[in-house]
Design a protein around this ligand. Sequence first.
Ligand SMILES: Nc1ncnc2c1ncn2[C@@H]1O[C@H](COP(=O)(O)OP(=O)(O)O)[C@@H](O)[C@H]1O
Ligand SMILES: [Mg+2]
Length: 330
Amino acid sequence: MTQPLLSVKSLTIGVRRPKGVDTIIVDDLSFEIQRGERFGIVGESGSGKSLTLRAIADLLPAGVEILTGSIRYDGVELVGMPTPARRRLMGPEIAMIFQEPMTALNPVIRVGEQIAEGPRRYLGLSKRDAMKLAIEMMAKTGIPDPVRRARAYPHELSGGLRQRIMIAMALSCGPKLLLCDEPTTALDVTVQHQVLRVLEQLCADSGASLAFVTHDLAVVNQTCSDLAVMYAGHIVESGRVKDVFRDPRHPYTKGLLDSAPDFDQPERELVPIPGFPPNLAARPSGCPFAPRCAFAVEACTVAMPPTVVVAPGHAAACIESQSIFEGVAA
Ligand SMILES: Nc1ncnc2c1ncn2[C@@H]1O[C@H](COP(=O)(O)OP(=O)(O)O)[C@@H](O)[C@H]1O
Ligand SMILES: [Mg+2]
């Protein structure tokens, strides 16, 4: 088997407390992204999705650190890599798109120049060639009249166009891995759909892999080939999107699917998951989902259940994963 593009092993992220117990936010996370794969990370707000992506991009907020674990990109360890070397990967190798483009775009620089900056710096292009590439990238993301729009300031563009600018900027240096943090959550549904299609098409054309964070299962279904479901800093289930959606084996995944609208069955009643995610500072022992889980037994509150392979390429961290849904899936 070829080496994965990204391999995250036992990654633990949190706040170090030299005089007390460290607060663990993301706990012992492991996953791999193959070349060209579109990998989704889903879970409710607060489950640690953004911090996971930020750890890969070396953009963790002040005070939050990688406590232990490994992140290998193309075989090279990123944890502990000196900052200048690490920063050189951002742009040409790894790029990131954020939820709210206004915070990532500079309000006083024309968008064309902002896109051209990466190719000038990382690809060594002249000002003129970099602008030509910026306009080409804008056209590829479906921005009408890119020559004129390149001269616009971010506030002069709609949310959908701004997010296309972010995509053009992120892909301008030809990264092999694109990290997306809820890139379409702020957009209305039709614009969201168009932007996702553009993103998918451009990644397919360039062969870039996608790590795509969202709380929206419909978006994962549309955009990703594989996924990990996160709950309270843990991956509770992972596999091919179609396998996990057809036959979820963790009660949390099943709860997410039951609580999300299904366009194929608009009549189906939505069943919300009762309760709230745990406070990470007072993490329950055992499975963090146990307090909200209809299937929980005493053993669930004692120790974190091991991750069990339930079918080829499909795993779940639930002691009842083999028995709970038997018959339900059929
Ligand atoms: N800057 C920070 N300092 C301390 N804790 C943080 C910080 N940012 C996030 N957290 C903690 O990490 C948890 C997960 O955050 P995040 O990765 O942003 O979740 P998600 O993207 O899944 O909504 C939050 O619920 C919060 O408790
Ligand atoms: Mg987030």
